[in-house]
Design a protein. Structure first.
Length: 685
């Protein structure tokens, strides 16, 4: 053979690229979906970056806002085992992007090896090699070779050129100590590192996304009530003006989101009656979720509630209390909705030609027609539904609770949420999907800011611990923000039917402290509404879904003060404003559950203990590691109960707790560590 043939290895673009990048985090499904953060967060990125042999690898995090023409870069630092980390601050709402670039760095490899050399001849030869590398960096700084970014322009080039020449001269005559001083100058080495040789750099082929939302997406307290029952008189339909009168009450309880069921005209055909009767009696208002009548559809308001201008006035009034109005997006129609006549192709017909009503056997919703997302006219349908959301944004709404999103097209949700956020990145979407876990989580990945959970049916210590540990620390923490509700208009769980006041207190306390987002359906909750329509059902008797109710919010047994104390604790303790710091604590009684929440700097630490037995006092020994909270092993510390305002002096890792459900079944304990003086002990006696 006269010579080896020239062959380009199959699938190899450049065999001189030796670096490997893998294990990039945080990512979802390999980068298919963006991770979620809120405004001001530090987005920390890690990756495995390495190469064959012993050469030094360098890497940077590349990041930018989506659509920005230029990438910004931050050097990544090694954290061990070829793992690297860097971060950037997401200082604007919207979509962000990041990826990782790495390369084998000849200059850094040379410098590391030079420090290890001892023989004089070896040092002089290595110095000449280093001078050549520095000269190359100087040319890159001047833009002469185009091998790397010219971060500081000609000034860097002049300094580097002088350094390289000085090192070349010293290589021939300088003493080893002087040669090392010149070669290993840390300041100049940092300058050279700003102009690396990137000819054989590797940039990860995947660009990863980050969806940055406002703080409300991570931390919120929701209060749901029916505007039609706001009059206080079960015989008179409530109005938006009546709702304004509720705002001080909601504000005193500490809620920052008021959520309304649909406020649109209600169909008359097949209207449901009291307690879900198949036929409504004259004057019965029907279900708000049966949307649409001759008066209008999803862009209209029910006349009994008022006008659009009165609704906008309500939104403005709520803002003065720091409250946002959230609306229900229920993408379905009553048989009387104008779209039935204008766009019959958007609905699925049965063999007899009639429209298929909604059902989830054995449940039937004869007053509701679902959309057919497989219609040939799907593009027009999608645009019309997007128009509904955009219309209400135009009325001042920035939070939407979406009814049963799991029964609509997943592709639609990904499209419409992205469309809305391009123009309005401040909009928050809550997914009301009590469905199969994978479907529930897919909706969260597609863009929903918050998600309903299975909390309503998690009752035992083991169930709660496993469920919330997974939400706080499992892979879903990057995209699934739980919004926890102890009750809804659709769900009156057995725990509230039979547990009495202690069960209501325990369930709302856990909701408010286990999750940074939670809500209650009131006033049914704080007024201890607990009667089901029949034994074994989870449906309220005399449900507001089908009738007006009169609520006496001044009843002495109301839990409103207790809920207000919980919400005050949430606002005053940063640890409760996030899900990331949740840790369950050992306690030697299965009727008691204990957990802590803390901020990364331990400036805010809260320990919660809940009696899960609504009928009997329970006690036990709780264990925690004082070192985790910055405490010495024998240091006494204060625990202040944010609910009762009692103070407890704790000491060491094991402490005794006792909770009588008839008094209060929960502790929400704020850690207040400080050096105790002798007379401080009198405070606790």
């Amino acid at each position: 053979m006269t010579g080896a043939p020239t062959v380009v290895p199959i699938g190899v673009d450049d065999g001189r690229v030796r670096v490997v990048i893998e294990g990039v985090e945080p990512t979802i499904d390999g980068g298919r979906f963006p991770v979620k953060r809120v405004l001001g967060d530090l987005v920390e990125v890690e990756a495995d970056c390495f190469a064959d042999g012993h050469d030094v690898v360098a890497c940077v995090l590349l990041w930018r806002r989506d659509g920005a023409p230029q990438w910004r870069e931050t050097p990544m630092r090694a954290i061990g085992n070829d793992r690297w980390r860097a971060g950037f601050v997401a200082d604007r709402l919207g979509d962000w992007q990041f990826t990782v670039r790495a390369w084998v760095d000849p200059f850094q490899s040379w410098r590391r090896d030079y420090e290890r050399r001892v023989e004089v001849d070896d040092l002089r030869l290595a110095a000449r090699a280093g001078a050549a590398l520095i000269a190359q960096a100087a040319r890159r700084a001047a833009g002469g070779e185009g091998l790397g970014p010219a971060a500081a322009g000609d000034d860097d080039a002049v300094v580097l050129d002088d350094w390289g020449r000085a090192l070349a001269r010293a290589a021939d005559a300088a003493e080893p100590a002087e040669l090392a001083r010149i070669a290993l100058d840390a300041r100049l080495a940092g300058l050279a590192a700003r102009h690396p040789d990137l000819r054989h750099a590797h940039t990860h082929p995947k660009v990863f996304g980050v969806c940055v939302e406002r703080e409300r997406a991570r931390f919120s307290a929701w209060y749901e009530f029916f505007p039609r029952s706001a009059s206080g008189d079960g015989a008179r339909h409530g109005t938006f003006s009546d709702c304004v009168q509720w705002l001080p009450y909601v504000h005193r309880m500490g809620f920052d989101v008021v959520y309304f069921p649909p406020i649109h005209p209600i169909g008359r055909t097949r209207r449901k009656g009291r307690n879900n009767a198949l036929a409504a009696q004259p004057g019965e208002p029907g279900s708000p979720w049966a949307i649409g009548a001759a008066e209008g559809g999803h862009d209209a308001v029910l006349g009994e509630l008022g006008t659009l201008e009165q609704f906008r006035s309500l939104v403005r009034s709520a803002e003065t209390f720091g409250i946002e109005i959230a609306l229900d997006v229920a993408l379905q129609c009553s048989p009387d909705h104008p779209w039935l006549a204008a766009h019959p192709q958007w609905f699925r017909a049965r063999p007899d030609g009639s429209i298929q009503y909604a059902e989830n056997p054995p449940k039937k919703y004869q007053d509701i027609y679902p959309f057919d997302f497989e219609t040939p006219d799907w593009r027009a349908l999608w645009l019309a539904l997007a128009g509904v959301i955009e219309f209400w944004i135009g009325q001042g709404v920035r939070i939407f609770r979406v009814d049963n999103p799991h029964t609509k097209s997943l592709a639609f949700w990904e499209w419409v949420i992205a469309r809305v956020r391009r123009a309005h990145p401040e909009v928050v979407f809550l997914s009301e999907a009590f469905t199969r876990p994978k479907l529930m989580h897919r909706l969260a990945k597609l863009g929903f800011s918050q998600s309903y959970t299975y909390y309503t049916w998690r009752n035992t210590k083991r169930e709660i611990t496993e469920y919330f540990s997974g939400l706080a620390h499992g892979p879903s923490r990057e995209y699934f923000r739980p919004n926890v509700w102890p009750n809804t208009p659709d769900i009156l769980p057995a725990a509230l039917q039979y547990g009495g006041r202690p069960a209501f207190m325990a369930r709302v306390a856990m909701a408010a402290t286990l999750s940074a987002n939670y809500g209650i359906y009131g006033p049914a909750f704080e007024l201890l509404e607990h009667e089901a329509i029949h034994e074994g059902a989870e449906e309220y008797r005399d449900s507001e879904k089908y009738q007006l109710r009169a609520w006496d919010r001044q009843r002495p047994e109301s839990l409103a003060p207790f809920v207000a104390a919980l919400n005050r604790a949430r606002r005053e303790n940063a640890a409760l404003r996030s899900d990331a710091g949740l840790r369950f604590l050992p306690i030697d009684n299965d009727a008691l559950i204990a957990y802590s929440k803390s901020t990364p700097d331990r400036a805010s630490v809260v320990v919660c203990v809940v009696n899960l037995d609504p009928h009997h006092p329970q006690s036990g020994w709780l264990e925690l590691d004082p070192a985790e909270f910055g405490l010495g092993p024998d240091q006494p510390y204060q625990m202040h109960d944010a609910i009762s305002h009692a103070h407890f002096l704790w000491h060491g890792a094991r402490n005794y707790v006792s909770l009588d459900p008839e008094r209060c079944p929960v502790h929400v304990l704020e850690l207040r560590s400080r050096v105790l003086r002798e007379n401080d002990f009198d405070y606790f006696l």
